[in-house]
Design a protein around this ligand. Sequence first.
Ligand SMILES: Cc1ncc(COP(=O)(O)O)c(C=O)c1O
Length: 401
Amino acid sequence: MSFDLTARLAQRQADDLYRQRPLLESPQGPLVRVDGRPMLAFCSNDYLGLANHPEVIAALRAGAEGWGVGGGASHLVNGHCGPHHELELALAEFTGRPRALLFSTGYMANLGAVTALLGKGDSVLEDRLNHASLLDAGLLSGARFSRYLHNDAASLATRLGKAEGNTLVVTDGVFSMDGDLADLPALCAEARRRGAWVMVDDAHGFGPLGAGGGGIVEHFGLGLDDVPVLVGTLGKAFGTAGAFVAGSEELVETLIQFARPYIYTTSQPPALACATLKSLELLRSENWRREHLGRLVARFRRGAEAIGLTLMDSFTPIQPILIGGSRQAMALSAALRDHGILVGAIRPPTVPAGSARLRVTFSASHSEEQVDRLLEALEQSWRQVSSSLLAELDAEEGEDA
Ligand SMILES: Cc1ncc(COP(=O)(O)O)c(C=O)c1O
């Protein structure tokens, strides 16, 4: 027996699912250098344009001067530094929760929270379009795992009826590949009726959503009783790296005791927490970033609908164009690249089979003119890709006849 990696990789290629990493040769921003070429990018999660902000960079630099670079040890040994602690206090205040706990990545925050709260004999109910880290967390927990229909409170209610033990309902806040919002008022009401807890991963909502950037819970006005476990990530709109779980005193103490991805890892560099404190301040105070984003999204949707593209039910900076087949999505992404525009094609297994898409995302640092450039390139590329596909289909039919 041996590992036949060659065959596995060849199959991946044949299925049009092979993944490649574009090499970024400049900082994040609308205008980037990728694989040696200048490009206009619409695929970053830096929604508020803070990843390369001079004040955030200055805070990181000052943090490194004061605290050095490495965290040095886990939080429970001697890696829990002043800036980590200060950031946790600031995030608790920001989210209106008694406590917040800093994790090194969002993936780890999700694994840590779910596995610390659930075990054998418990139940975890997840939206079927949840982020991979939430699904992995549910599977790893050993609890009974069940997925309800996307954003469907009735489907959740049926599963709640069969749940056993401590029951956690887990959902993305803003769905990462679709851009729509979880119907939290309905989902939380169902959960509460059955005595279940709700955990929301609002990786893509913090920053763009809510009057003060407080994400989906601010948008819907939901408190600790509705959403006892609230996760945010810092690598997206915050423009830095890491994640947090916010909730009650007991929740955070439970995570410190039992969340293995919290306990058994080195703390993030403290200078990063200094940078995040600055980006949190900008995220909260600079409302113009949210307002500008809203205008860009509206402009894009009007233009894309006029071209005849299929958009999804989203008013967030995530504006996927639904294509269907992986090959077509790759072809459209490649055609856009020829126009100097970078947009990623998202294919299964990240999204369900037959729903490959271009995941267009906007940032407050894009201009309206750049949105117009995207629309022009889309119009030409779409025409080109759909006519070559039609020609291929005609040729195939000819062969069958
Ligand atoms: C919804 C969601 N949760 C969690 C994560 C993971 O966060 P991180 O990149 O900090 O690991 C991501 C994406 O990265 C995400 O989209």
